[in-house]
Design a protein. Structure first.
Length: 231
């Protein structure tokens, strides 16, 4: 049976997704880049992408681009057992405050089992949902996320982001504390200085138990509700 060009291109992109050449949860090449890659017209590329959308393999975001559908979705996270979840956060808007590279230093070098001079991504963002505010910092080794960019961070949640590492996410460890708000948190949260915060610290592991990312979330204790499902 004769196959149309857009179907051939769709099959090739699907193969690249399966081989992780286009990684789960991450931004794909633009339509113009795909035109050059496959030597096809814009209309043909769009038909190929629409075919992949129908197969639920990719997600199109107007004004942003095309993403490979995350293997670990928000629903998967809600269904994970033994994970602390904020019931009030919902579909909060994310505002990126900082995104830069820094040297690991001794502490992070030992934690991630990398050189002290290796580079780390430092990401800081705020979620805002009605009266609920969350400030989160994420630390990721650059060598495990070589193609990470700001648009990827804007699109996906933390576990989806961690799952895009060269060593795939396997499990996590969490620690919940009640802390006083420090100047660092006050800089990003529109709250009174004497407010108490929940600090949820998470370490993300690959199957070989190597740490592939860490995050710290700060949320006002008087408005935050956590649910821990151990079923």
């Amino acid at each position: 049976m004769k196959q149309y060009l857009f179907e051939t291109i769709s099959d090739e992109i699907e193969t690249r997704i399966q081989r992780s050449e286009f990684k789960s949860g991450m931004l794909m090449p633009s339509e113009a880049e795909l035109q050059q890659l496959f030597g096809a017209s814009r209309t043909t590329i769009r038909k190929a992408l629409d075919n992949l959308v129908a197969k639920e393999l990719i997600i199109k975001k107007n004004g942003v681009g095309v993403y490979v559908k995350p293997q670990i979705s928000s629903q998967n996270i809600l269904e994970m057992t033994g994970v602390m979840k904020n019931n009030n956060l919902g579909n909060a808007a994310k505002q990126i405050k900082e995104f830069h590279l820094r040297k690991a230093d001794k502490y992070y070098g030992e934690l991630f089992d990398i050189s002290d001079n290796a580079l780390l991504y430092t990401i800081k963002h705020v979620y805002q949902e009605k009266q609920n505010q969350v400030y989160e910092t994420i630390i990721l080794p650059q060598q495990l996320y070589p193609t990470l960019n700001l648009t990827d961070i804007q699109m996906v949640n933390t576990i989806e982001l961690v799952n895009s590492a060269k060593e795939s996410f396997y499990g996590m460890q969490q620690d919940l504390q009640l802390v006083s708000m420090a100047p660092t948190q006050a800089k990003y949260l529109d709250l009174e200085e004497d407010v108490l915060l929940f600090k949820l610290s998470s370490q993300y592991y690959a199957e070989n138990h190597k740490v592939i990312g860490i995050s710290n979330r700060y949320e006002p204790a008087d408005t935050t509700e956590f649910n821990i499902d151990f079923n």
